[in-house]
Design a protein around this ligand. Structure first.
Ligand code: G16
Length: 501
């Protein structure tokens, strides 16, 4: 390590003194003006991680669902999944080191993790459409190059695309080609094959209205559209030409307000969906003939996917172990339905894709979704090989089911002051401040079929309040009462309550 060069370059990305940030639910997130030093330092850390794992590491510059003024950064590990927890701790240490301590912290991490500094390093970088993102990519590159790392800057990418690129490079192209076109080809081929095997209700045409949250999803879906040929026609809304990123639109808005985004008119029974700012969440919705709004959020998506997979497995006669992973935000009825009707085991983890992903890997087929629309289905390597073999060997109905499963595998990209509140039991119980959990318990008892919990957000400076009850009115009222309890006992700032239903 050329410590002199690092110090010189770091001075160009100086840390505002006294600023302390944490690697949270999905990396670092805060106001863009406080992030330049973090970007540079994450470039440094990515090089160390790449040298240690002898693999390509990804760096994504995005603050996803947060407002346009925020930004953020997260690292992607060799298999396209989230950074390992011990490295999250290193990231926090490096981010908060004062200038004079930076070299010592880098040396400490290298020693603790036995990083061979002579090893080559390769980093791939992607960014969302925020005004601050381009400059921040350059700061990441500055960090990468000062430690002698090589890099490829993909420029504008969705978060799932960056995860895909990392995995492709680390499997020497076996998972797919590490190019934007490779991504479109792999996914659209599986989609087109799948739609040929499935019947279509209505007039036989497949069309979808897509709210792109004024983010990167619009650019990328426009590029991908031509690969769908005639199988799907998409109409884009909130494509970034007029509105602000994530403002009055996007998956988070639709989910928490339970209504369509601004700028999209919905006729009855039209299929619609919303992405978030970096296009790694999706929620679907439609209005029925009476004008009622129906949301198909992560809970419902998980239920539909796992039911469909179970049917297909039954058809081909394979008894594989399927599990569904949710968080405390999952609506209680969805959990009950999965367990009691579908007979699928359901597990609850802390909020954050990284926690759900980890748990889902324990099954032959692990389906995980957060209610907010983050999720996927994971197939173990053995299951993938088996299904691909059955798709070649089986005929008739069984063969058709196996081929559908094979295409599903290819379609899913398989690759997560408020701190006075601390929680346990997958974030469903508050441990501190004292008295808060007791207060919540007492409030919950006042309503039928009710549940409530609070937790500090890992991406925004707010406390999240969740409540569900037998009616919308009661859920709103419970959420309000719990927010007041938080305010009184934690002195916290509650965000807009997210009533259950
Ligand atoms: C990120 C994480 C998600 C998490 C969400 C909210 O989403 O990837 O797993 O559900 O933040 O987290 P919190 O409640 O801690 O603020 P995104 O879409 O912003 O990357």
């Amino acid at each position: 390590m050329d410590l002199g060069a690092i110090a010189k370059r770091s001075a160009l990305h100086a840390k505002p003194s006294g600023l302390s940030l944490q690697y949270g639910t999905a990396g670092f997130r805060t106001k863009a003006e406080d992030l330049d030093h973090i970007m540079f330092r994450m470039g440094l850390l990515a090089v160390l991680r790449s040298k240690q794992t002898k693999s390509t590491i990804g760096v994504m510059v995005t603050a996803s669902h947060n407002p346009e003024e925020d930004n953020g950064v997260k690292l992607v590990d060799p298999s396209g999944d989230m950074l390992a927890p011990t490295w999250e701790e290193h990231a926090t240490c490096l981010a908060n080191a004062e200038e004079q301590d930076l070299q010592r912290v880098l040396t400490d991490i290298s020693e603790k993790e036995a990083v061979d500094l002579q090893q080559d390093a390769f980093i791939v970088i992607g960014r969302d459409t925020r005004p601050s993102s381009e400059k921040f990519s350059q700061s990441v590159i500055d960090g990468v190059t000062v430690l002698g790392g090589q890099f490829h800057d993909y420029g504008l990418l969705t978060t799932p695309q960056l995860h895909y690129m990392v995995y492709c490079r680390n499997t020497s192209g076996q998972y797919g080609k590490a190019t934007i076109d490779g991504y479109y080809q792999k996914l659209s081929k599986a989609f087109v094959e799948l739609t040929k095997q499935a019947s279509c209700s209505g007039d036989g045409s497949r069309s979808l209205k897509v709210d792109c949250a004024n983010g990167i999803g619009a650019l990328k879906l426009r590029e991908m559209e031509r690969h769908f040929s005639q199988e799907l026609s998409v109409q884009l809304f909130n494509d970034g030409t007029k509105g602000k990123l994530n403002h009055l639109c996007g998956a988070d808005f639709v989910k928490s307000h339970q209504k369509p985004p601004q700028g999209m008119e919905i006729k009855s029974n039209e299929r619609c969906c919303s992405f978030d700012g970096d296009a790694d969440r999706i929620v679907y919705y439609y209005c029925d003939a009476d004008g009622h709004f129906h949301l198909i959020d992560g809970d419902k998506i998980a239920t539909l996917i796992s039911s469909f997979l179970k049917e297909l497995l039954l058809e081909i006669g394979e008894n594989l172990n399927i599990g569904v992973v949710q968080t405390a935000y999952a609506n209680g009825s969805s959990t009950r339905y999965l367990q009691e009707v579908m007979k699928v085991p359901v597990y609850c983890t802390k909020t954050g894709v990284k926690h759900l992903h980890h748990k889902a890997q324990e099954f032959d087929i692990g389906v995980y979704f957060e209610a907010n629309g983050h999720g996927t289905a994971l197939f173990s390597k053995a299951v993938e090989v088996k299904i691909k073999q059955l798709a070649r060997e089986l005929e008739d109905k069984k063969g058709k089911a196996a081929k559908i499963l094979r295409n599903i595998i290819d379609l899913f990209n398989q690759v997560a002051d408020r701190r006075v509140i601390s929680t346990t039991d997958a974030e469903r119980q508050a441990v501190t401040p004292p008295g808060l959990q007791e207060a919540i318990n007492a409030l919950v008892k006042k309503y039928k079929l009710s549940r409530a919990f609070v937790r500090p957000s890992g991406t925004e400076d707010v406390v999240r309040v969740y409540a569900e009850a037998d009616s919308q009115e009661n859920a709103d009222s419970l959420a309000h009462e719990v927010s007041l309890a938080v305010y009184q006992l934690a002195g916290g700032i509650g965000e807009r309550p997210q009533p259950g239903f």
